[in-house]
Design a protein around this ligand. Sequence first.
Ligand code: PLP
Length: 378
Amino acid sequence: MLLVSSPVLGVPEKAALAKVIDSGWLTMGERVRAFEEAFALMHEAEDCVAVSSCTAALHLILHGLGIGPGDEVLVPSLTFVATANAVLYVGATPVFVDIESADVPLMSLKEAEARCSPRTRAVILVHFAGYLADKDAWQAFASARGLSIIEDAAHAPGLKAVGTFGAGAAFSFYGNKNMTTAEGGAVIARDPQLLDRIRQARAHGMTTGTRQRLNSRTAHYDVTMLGFNYRMDEMRAAIGLVQLQNLQEWNEIRRILVVLYRRLIALRCPAITIPFEEPRASAYHIMPILLPRYVNRQHVVDELRAQDIQTTVHYPPVHQMTLYRELYPGTHLPRTEDFAERELTIPLHPQITAPAVEAVVDVLATALNSGIHAGTAA
Ligand SMILES: *Cc1c(COP(=O)(O)O)cnc(C)c1O
């Protein structure tokens, strides 16, 4: 089966894991610290905090900024549900904002302006599919209104501009992301005080960690804020250190595969449109395509699946999930809804070969032709 995404794991990861086990120190030790330093360096940041997931990272940033009940946070609906869930965790209200267009499925600045209220405190930008939001425009928007910018950078690790937009950026190392630690995440925040608060809140709000207490031979610690258990462990950090060494090369392979997909699809399936026609910085996390309205998507999915090619949809809109429909009934985001109805995500990861890309486009071309009839019949 050709999967939509697949982690690259091998002997170096196994060796790194074995070393951790031999060391006898399993969590929040020197490997977590080394991973934080290496990840920060790649993004030209002073420092970062490794955590248990991107969801935890988003929660910690909102918590660290003191966002809470009565506050509103602008979020896209074309994202993974965690982006909006994190806003609910701190008791604030997520306000869903439509995308710009089918070609630029990132949060619309114009719509964001329209959704601002005196209670708006922050905006969470998602670099959808790895493509960076417009930094200058969002910084102007946020500074004019005194809002914090939070980047949900789950799709865009490895890009230098990520983590420079505003208050902080949250990264994911889940198994289907550009690099993985199985479960895991990180926070980049340029304000050292905010990053300190996040570091403390990651481990129960305690003033020192287990390792520090071992080194300083004192058992004393205090708890000076409400914290969580969002720690990363040494096994994950060890895998992360290996993965990080490959991230730039993997992102480059992804880019080349996307160029090939774009060329072949334009040639063989001109009815398909591919978002982000204009070049922009990207970590090429996924390969989204938009089917023409007259084609039955399920038919295309079935045809690809019959040839052992997996597809997914990014994303079923968050505002249409039962939880969010019940919380915020009547939310209508026409461009997000249209995009989500036509979107199909085809395989993209560093182990895909050029012939595999050609095979996917072959099946797509055939499925599209027969899909017109399937669509008419439906
Ligand atoms: C994967 C993902 C998350 C959640 O990441 P976890 O590490 O699984 O918590 C959040 N936002 C986006 C956009 C994602 O793709």
